[in-house]
Design a protein around this ligand. Structure first.
Ligand code: BES
Ligand code: ZN
Length: 459
């Protein structure tokens, strides 16, 4: 029996164990956005350390000012490429809780899926790579190349600590690699695996509008002072027009036009607007005029409002002019757009468009530029083979609209290529209630990863 056959056989037998490892991690509510979860965030980090150690890797927990980082590595293999697996153990808040069929941190098997917050994003996907390394180890076979791991607990809130860590002396040398491997995205569709060659960037802000000292009776004072809720909604609407064009001056200056070859490649993918609208529960899709849905989602910048608050939210009516209004907003960016520059453009826009009678505060929360990967790199070729073997179908090349803010920085500092190998599905419900990961895809991901190390070592 060849080495790889032995590993495949081991993976078959180990499926229950691999599922348990994932369930254990999913039980820990490692929500990075909310300081009340700081302790479970640490517990999750320790659990990942334990899993890496039992996979036979030299592992370190790295303390930071926030959630710990984790670094692990297998022994160097001279003459072979080095891979760095990046992933995150933090998750998005589980709200709204009442929409979950089973509690978010009680992983539940349903219809071939494992349902829990973080199942697909990113605990399940991240664990595929740790389990694959564990499989080589358990079969008594040294990995054919060196694999390093860098796992963080703050991806969902902007990777601030990792950014500091990467800037420290000696770290680029420690993390030196030929290719960064990330599974934190999706397949193209059920039955159609993919390799992602682009992600959007993001620039995220909070905007506060302050009006009168305190809430006022709207009968006595309404009409005499500016209402911060109206002023804020007017400004937020001014940022985009009916054609879906963002109105920040200069915003599109560095946006590269889509290549004809890309547009053709994506239009040949089997995509139905009607099915997509159905999946999302909307009667009509909407986006920037002149672009297809996939182009809008993958390769055009966007603007969104994520949260909006002001005034009375309770039962019944209350007649006030609210003292304050606020919003959380972000722009998804395409490669070559800079989050800092967009921040400056927004600041200027807000200043120029704030009406008298309102005090503003614009807080730059976090951001990171987009990424594009060379789809013709030998690494992509190696991943193609590993995926075809494990998923039974050759992968297609796609871009995706989500962001992994630190990737561009890692690529630059480490001067490495990237492989974005998503094992999830578009309807996994990342960041939504009833997030899931298909159990079969978890196992296929582990198998693809095991073969990836073999394929990369052949280069
Ligand atoms: N796993 C996602 C990134 C992703 C989403 C890639 C969809 C491909 C398709 C990641 O964990 C994530 O959600 N990132 C945040 C970053 C933000 C909070 C700074 C995102 O994209 O909203
Ligand atoms: Zn993620």
């Amino acid at each position: 029996m060849s080495d790889l056959q032995a590993i495949d056989q081991y993976l078959q037998q180990s499926q229950p164990k691999h599922l348990d490892v994932l369930k254990d991690l999913l039980r820990i509510p490692s929500v990075s956005a909310d300081p009340a979860f700081a302790e479970p965030v640490r517990t999750a980090a320790q659990s990942v350390v334990d899993t890496l150690e039992s996979a036979g890797l030299q592992t370190r927990l790295i303390e930071t000012q926030g959630p710990p980082l984790i670094y692990a590595e297998s022994p160097p293999v001279p003459g072979k490429p080095v891979a760095l697996v990046y992933g995150h153990y933090d998750v998005q808040p589980p709200d709204p809780l009442d929409l979950w069929t089973t509690p978010p941190f009680e992983p539940t098997e349903r219809d071939g899926n494992l349902v829990a917050r973080g199942a697909t994003d990113d605990k399940g996907q991240m664990l595929t790579h740790i389990n694959s390394v564990a499989a080589w180890n358990a079969c008594g076979q040294p990995l054919p190349m060196q694999v390093k791991f860098l796992i963080e607990g703050e991806e969902e809130v902007g990777s601030e600590q990792l950014e500091h860590y990467l800037a420290q002396p000696g770290i680029s040398e420690q993390l030196a690699c030929d290719v960064i491997v990330i599974s934190d995205s999706s397949q193209y569709a059920d039955g159609q695996p993919a390799i992602t060659y682009g992600l959007r960037g993001i620039a995220y802000f909070e905007l506060h509008f302050d009006g009168p000292r305190q809430d006022l009776h709207s009968g006595s004072f309404g009409g005499a002072v500016r209402n911060p809720a109206i002023a804020l909604s007017q400004l937020l609407s001014k940022l985009i027009d009916e054609q879906g064009r963002i109105q920040l001056p200069g915003f599109y200056d560095t946006v590269e036009p889509l290549q004809d070859s890309e547009r053709e490649m994506w239009s040949s993918l089997n995509f139905s607007d009607a099915d997509f609208a159905n999946q999302l529960g909307v009667k009509a899709l909407h986006g920037e005029h002149g672009f297809s849905t996939l182009e809008r989602r993958w390769a055009r910048p966007t603007y969104d409002v994520h949260g909006l608050w002001s005034g009375y939210q309770g039962e019944g009516g209350k007649t006030i002019v609210p003292a304050k209004a606020g919003a959380k907003i972000s722009f998804r960016l395409v490669p070559n757009q800079s989050p800092q520059q967009v921040g400056q453009q927004l600041r200027q826009f807000v200043q120029e468009n704030t009406p008298p009678g309102i005090q503003i505060e614009l807080i730059d929360l976090h951001g990171g530029p987009g990424v594009v990967v060379d789809p013709n790199s030998p690494f992509v070729g190696a991943a193609h083979k590993a995926i075809e073997l494990a998923f039974g179908k050759p992968p297609v090349l796609i871009r995706e609209g989500g962001s992994i803010p630190i990737v561009a920085e890692m690529v630059e500092r480490l001067n490495a290529d990237v492989l974005l190998l998503g094992w999830g599905l578009d309807d996994d419900g990342a960041h939504s209630p009833n997030e899931k990961f298909r159990i079969e895809d978890y196992f296929r991901g582990i198998r693809a990863s095991s073969h990836l190390w073999h394929q990369l070592a052949q280069l």
